[in-house]
Design a protein around this ligand. Sequence first.
Ligand code: SF4
Length: 389
Amino acid sequence: MARALPSADLSPADLRQRVAASGLRGRGGGQFPVGQKWRAVALEEGRRLVVANGAEGEPGSIKDRYVMTTRASRVLQGLALAARAVGAAEAIVYLKGSFAAAAAALQAARAEWDFGALRFEVRLGEESYIVGEETALLESLEGRRAWPRPKPPYPAAVGYQGRPTLVQNVETLSHVPAAIADPEAFRAAPPTLVSLWGHVARPGVYEVRLGTPIARLIEEQGGGAPDGVALVFPAGPSAAPLTAEKLETPLDAEALHSAGSGLGTASLLVVGRSSDPFSVLDSLAAFFERESCGQCPPCTVGTATLHRIASAVAAGTARPKDRSDFGEAASFMKDHGYCAHCRTAAAAVGALLARATGPASPARACRPFDSDSPERRAIEAVAAGFRGA
Ligand code: SF4
């Protein structure tokens, strides 16, 4: 017999108040306070709905697949509580088409709980990188090409089929039951999942407290970096890397921002000391050009320009003018684009270019952001193991 949902006796207002008190923030990259998001949707008139974003695509990130396959029941409890909190009678879980194991786990978990009148479905969608952006995901759900929408309006007001829509990452939803059950305890020690990949002994997904020093995470969870640490990208490609002197920085959005980086989806890449930083630079710039969806000229032209110059720097053929051209392109890109891809490319590639100075050491080429790199293959092999989890 299906079980009653925990906290089902709380009113929508109580649920919103408790999630706000817990301090829970989105784990999909933006760290937006969940309480504020729920309130914004609840205040809108119309047939509200909730969309769970399971279209994980950040290079190296496997934590959403982990949570959907091994904690499916928690994801669905969080989804049902979110729907109740914002007054939605309908929910959709959107996954990439290849995430069949996660879809099966979610379907199996749905039989465990009594969702009352809430209707929900699991949809397998497209494979592109950009579909993980919330408005691109909504476009895909509506049957169009997954291109991000200009904002505002935001999905809270105008989302799926023009309706007020709460789009929430699946890991975020998995934390909701604990956040609502005991907001103070959650605020005191907020858990988060990290996809740890690259040159560590044990790549994988780990649950840690926000605020854990990155050096400790690499040592205790990752088993250390056999080659030493040259760079850490705490947000995969989506923020500037930290150099080895900043490894004591806590895994925390504000602390990382102060250190000139960011948390993103906590897809934490470690680059060892014998890696050639210029090849990392070229791989990073190639990633942004490859994954630009093609909708905004400043992004398509800008990412191609950054990649051309990064390749020339990596090959040792850059002209002095290339660095000033790079600065001009990056500066223009910062204020353009319908989504964050354009400005993130400018910030992340620009920061790595600034750090990757000096002659290339007798180092190994390292292209972690290429889709078939050894680093990507190693972490994806961990994700493949979730099937039997
Ligand atoms: S900024 Fe880039 S990725 Fe984002 S919508 Fe525009 S072209 Fe697409």
